[in-house]
Write a protein that binds this ligand. Structure first.
Ligand code: BGC
Length: 271
């Protein structure tokens, strides 16, 4: 195949879940600029999804907003069918949809535990399974990619770093780590490439309180050796690369994109 460095994902179709804001929105826009058709999945924020589609189309790409709750199999199935009907197939899944429902452990409700696990972990299971089935049904297209398909799971530094007050979230991301590695081990022989990205603190609505005021940002920066809070484009750029054949020999890995947060900077002058 001829590698198109401006549009490394030309003639491929990507689904990005939870793409109406934050990291998902940036990934959708970056994939669209890289030449992919992008399904901008959202659960409630149709305006955000339409903004992402508008940006993709302004850059000459194709985008489709699609409402579906990733924790419900019936909605995931309808979304994959619509994508195949519209674009013929799916080549890339960015399993991004995720949320936080924080509470001290002794106060955390079972509903908030189940809610976070169902979106952050079961949602990744349902979408990855639907994507893998579609990759296998469609078969190889060497003219667009070496791989049969690519799955990128959005994890977090909290797949590694325990997080008091957020045990549902940390447990979901710890689950994503071995979910990703286990399906990578199982699907690799079919040509399906599976990896994760583990963002650190990225400026998005999910953690607004941690960077919104100068005092909060100063505290947060103590956890980031590289000295800046991340931007959503930091994750969008890595996502494009991980979806492209440029990273074809990377399989079953978590790429940590965190300015060094996972280096335990509390130990710089301690321990
Ligand atoms: C969380 C953010 C947090 C970051 C670093 C992310 O996974 O969603 O709220 O700022 O990890 O702690």
């Amino acid at each position: 195949m001829i590698f198109n460095s401006d549009h490394p994902l030309a003639n491929q179709t990507a689904i990005v879940t939870g793409a109406s804001s934050g990291i998902g929105k940036a990934c959708a826009i970056a994939l669209g600029r890289a030449g992919a058709n992008v399904i901008v999945n959202y659960a409630g924020n149709s305006r955000g999804a339409e903004e992402a589609v508008a940006e993709i189309e302004a850059a000459g790409g194709k985008g489709l907003p699609f409402k579906a709750d990733v924790s419900r199999k019936s909605e995931v199935d309808v979304m994959f069918k619509a994508v195949v009907d519209t674009f013929g197939t799916v080549d890339i899944l960015v399993n991004n949809a995720g949320l936080q429902k924080d509470a001290p452990f002794v106060e955390m409700s079972l509903d908030d535990w189940n809610y976070v696990l169902s979106v952050n972990l079961t949602g990744q299971f349902l979408c990855a399974q639907a994507a893998a089935r579609e990759f296998i049904r469609r078969g190889r297209r060497p003219e667009v990619s070496v791989a049969l398909g690519k799955i990128i799971c959005m994890s977090s530094v909290h797949e590694l770093i325990p997080w008091a007050g957020h045990v549902n979230y940390a447990a979901s991301k710890g689950g994503v780590m071995l979910f990703m590695k286990s399906i990578a081990q199982e699907l690799g022989e079919k040509g399906i490439r599976v990896n994760s990205i583990a963002p650190g603190a990225i400026k998005t609505p999910i953690n607004r309180m941690a960077w919104e005021t100068p005092e909060a940002e100063r505290d947060l920066l103590r956890l980031i050796p590289y000295g800046r809070v991340g931007e959503t484009a930091d994750i969008g750029n890595v996502t494009v690369w991980l979806a492209s054949d440029q990273s074809d020999y990377i399989h079953g890995q978590t790429i940590v994109v965190d300015g060094g947060m996972a280096l335990y900077p509390g130990f710089r002058d301690n321990g």
